[in-house]
Design a protein around this ligand. Structure first.
Ligand code: DLL
Length: 450
């Protein structure tokens, strides 16, 4: 595929066609065998499951079909926190087979800790390598990894993918954005991996440095995830960098990036179903939902040795995209994450996800994807203000134009989301930039109430 500047972007490539195009019945037989093994392993070796399964009277031999999965109890984030640090491990962390630990940040409680054997890392590498191929990359690629390296799974997960693919890895980690831009140009990087907000910052920084990355740079594919990205933001990134962007999803508890990833058709994220079973449940009734219906995403790992998980409730909201993908991959697709059950805002009785603001903003040429939702308290009332930056070309000194823009945005939000929020259109660069996951919601309510 060639974009308007003549750059080749997003050619279809496969990393493991024999798996990615596997027939459904063959895949399900593989899943069942792996599920049975995982449940058995959990009952034998994981302190947490030994206890919960015996309390629930579960016999691991009772799993004789994939449908039996629904009879098993869920695992929650709270369970993971209580199991801190190692009660969910199937292998002692000091055992020579355990190679690495990762953990999610523990800002609201204990961190959740996961361990990896070499086989776990190899599978992680495989799934991320599939993503590199989906972005048009291959062994001949130079892969710039600008996700943070460390306990966060972004950097090292992408790195493993690069190793498996035999790409040449540029392990930048995040930060020092001008240097990122310079090396991307000088080293002829063709695939970029980072968060969408960091990709946008890299693009804007390159433009400020006097480059036109869509023309001047060789970068053609971007593997972006770890946070929500609206269609408008995607188009912004694709246009500014001259790339095809694939959305990659994952979470440290389940593995890290690569649990699912979009192909170049961008019609949903193919789940690595050979390693994970996806279920969508109604978060209130906890019952599984049919394909096409939105609900909470639940994962069961099928091949993890160190940190297997049964029916892990992610709190992410998505659905299974019905039908087949034109790319020929048979792995089912989940839709772009619509929000999280725990980031839903209730604004005067209306439920809204921060990502819905992003979708509305996409319709405004005068505005950018740099926005923040600020929650404050005024007496007993919660106040919600959407702060959003204009594009640099907008004549910010013309007060009337700003007022008109604010009124239009307020009207659009009211008609699209049925909410009335305060709007503050601000000058370019007023909102803090992110080198990792952007902080979209700024909750000042407790600080005010204190
Ligand atoms: O964010 C793993 C990752 C790294 C994924 C790099 C993709 C790329 P955690 O820090 O544990 O792991 O955060 C997991 O981030 O439950 C989602 O709420 C959110 N998230 C991850 N990917 C996406 C995405 C990594 N593509 C949490 N779209 C998940 C929207 C995402 N949200």
């Amino acid at each position: 595929m060639v974009n308007s500047t003549g750059k080749v972007i997003g050619e279809e490539r496969y990393f493991q066609p024999e798996i990615e195009q596997i027939g459904r019945s063959e895949l399900e037989a593989m899943q069942l065998e792996r599920l049975q093994r995982t449940v058995w392993d959990c009952c034998q070796n994981v302190a947490f499951y030994k206890q919960t399964f015996s309390q629930a009277g579960i016999n691991p031999r009772s799993i004789t079909s994939l449908a039996d999965l629904a009879s098993l109890p869920f695992t929650t984030k709270q369970d993971m926190r209580e199991a801190y640090p190692f009660k969910l491990f199937a292998i002692d962390p000091k055992n020579e087979r355990v190679q690495r630990l990762h953990a999610s940040s523990g800002t609201t409680g204990n961190a959740t800790v996961v361990g990896y054997t070499q086989k776990d890392i190899d599978i992680w590498g495989d799934t991320f390598a599939r993503a590199i191929a989906m972005a048009g990359g291959g062994p001949d690629s130079i892969l710039q990894v600008s996700y943070g390296y460390g306990l966060f799974t972004g950097g090292l997960g992408a790195h493993e993918g690069g190793i498996r693919m035999h790409s040449t890895i540029l392990p930048m980690s995040s930060g020092n954005t001008k240097r990122q831009v310079q090396m991307m140009k000088d080293f002829d990087v063709d695939i970029l991996a980072c968060t969408p907000s960091y990709a946008l910052l890299i693009a804007d920084t390159a433009i400020e440095m006097g480059y036109d990355p869509a023309n001047d740079f060789n970068v053609s594919g971007a593997i972006l995830g770890a946070e929500p990205c609206s269609e408008g933001m995607r188009q912004d990134i694709e246009r500014k960098l001259g790339v095809k962007m694939v959305d990659i999803y994952g979470l440290s508890e389940v593995m890290g990036p690569g649990v699912s990833c979009e192909c170049r058709h961008q019609t949903g994220l193919h789940v690595a179903e050979d390693h994970f079973i996806i279920e969508i449940i109604d978060p209130n009734t906890l019952q599984p939902l049919p394909d096409g219906e939105w609900g909470e995403v639940v994962f069961t790992t099928l091949s993890k040795e160190c940190s297997p998980l049964i029916r892990y409730r992610t709190r992410d909201i998505s659905r299974i995209v019905p039908g087949e993908c034109p790319c020929g991959r048979t792995m089912r697709r989940m839709d772009r994450i619509a929000g999280r059950t725990d980031d839903m805002l209730i604004i005067r009785g209306v439920n809204v996800f921060p990502s819905q603001f992003q979708e509305v903003l996409a319709g405004f040429e005068e505005l950018t994807s740099y926005y923040q939702i600020v929650l404050t308290r005024e007496g007993p009332m919660d106040n919600v203000t959407l702060k959003v930056e204009t594009v640099p070309e907008f004549p910010f000194d013309q007060v009337r134009l700003i007022e008109q823009l604010e009124q239009r945005l307020k009207g659009e939000l009211r008609s699209n989301l049925q909410v009335s929020v305060g709007i503050r259109v601000v000058e370019p660069k007023s909102i803090e930039r992110s080198e990792g996951k952007a902080k979209r919601v700024l909750d000042l309510r407790d600080e005010q109430g204190a």
